[in-house]
Design a protein around this ligand. Sequence first.
Ligand code: NAD
Ligand code: ZN
Length: 349
Amino acid sequence: MTDTNLSAVLYKTQDLRLVDRPIPEPGQGEVQICMQKMGICGSDVKFWQKGAIGHFVVTGPMLLGHECSGVISKLGEGVTNLKVGDRVAIEPGIPCRKCEWCKSGRYNICPDVFFLATAPDSGALARYHVHAADFCFKLPDNVSFEEGALVEPLSVGLHACQRAGVSLGSKVLVCGAGPIGLSTMLSAKAMGAAVVCLTDIDEKRLEFAKEMGADVTVKIESKDVLEVVGKVKAALGGMPDQSVECSGAEFSVNLGIQATKPGGAFAVVGHGPDPVAIPITAAIAREIEIRGSFRYMNTWPTAIAMISSGKINIKPMISHRFKLEETLQAFETAKSGAGVKVMISCNKE
Ligand code: NAD
Ligand code: ZN
């Protein structure tokens, strides 16, 4: 263990620096975590490159990083669910716990959530981080810190499949084969989908999706949505019961509405151009249920159990590994689009 707190601080657009900061002390109900692994998300790269995502704007120095795991190094007052030395995966969003959405369990849509590395809220890419104890989840011995960090993107896919209502025997269309599309595919299969089809414009990503378990893939080469609908139907052996949009492309929003079977559900995860033009008549006349899907709620225990039992294998997603000292190189790699998931080791090995 170290007694300094090397941290990846974003000062402003394109100004990401490694600086030593004080080790934070846990307050009431909090734990101090000796950080182990951190995955880089597309949003981290976007905040670094553009300084904002929609109305989330970098206003001052903030740490990046929200896909993480670590070891409990200190307990704040009143913490009873964890002990020093516990290995944990961190759920990055701490909601207000008081509003009607928190109280009804849908805390992912709490308007007063604090969320790691969603500007202006600071993240956790550092040697040490302090977090609410009840948003840290113990990892079984057979789940690695890397897998613990990947519970975050997996949770996005799990929640999206729950929103879409994927169930035993479902035919599922997933648009976009990035980390979120792959997580959605793995979740859909684990939830009993009979066949999952992934789309992408990038052949390499589709090849990788097949290695990770996609049953069928469709490469998007045409601007003609109905032509692609035909390809999806042929690939799945029928129209999708549920579709999930994970690419952020306007084309995929159209495809999801046009391809999904009448009465089926279409969950939208990807953030793309806003607003988008959608074929509203197709959605109305075929009663497509369009459902927003935002982050996740109560998915950490499920995701950890599925990884531990071997029912979901998320680890092959990691394509690159760096040390905390190599953070800039790690971010350049993530920005380049090479590979799939870039992972940073936060501890001094
Ligand atoms: P990513 O950029 O790694 O993956 C997107 C994939 O979509 C890429 O492989 C890209 O080639 C592909 N793509 C681009 N145009 C396409 C098209 N027309 N048809 C099919 N595929 C196409 O991103 P990611 O990290 O996997 O995240 C996916 C999306 O989900 C992003 O828009 C991200 O902002 C969003 N997201 C939403 C939530 C949420 O809670 N709603 C959470 C995390 C990420
Ligand atoms: Zn709330």
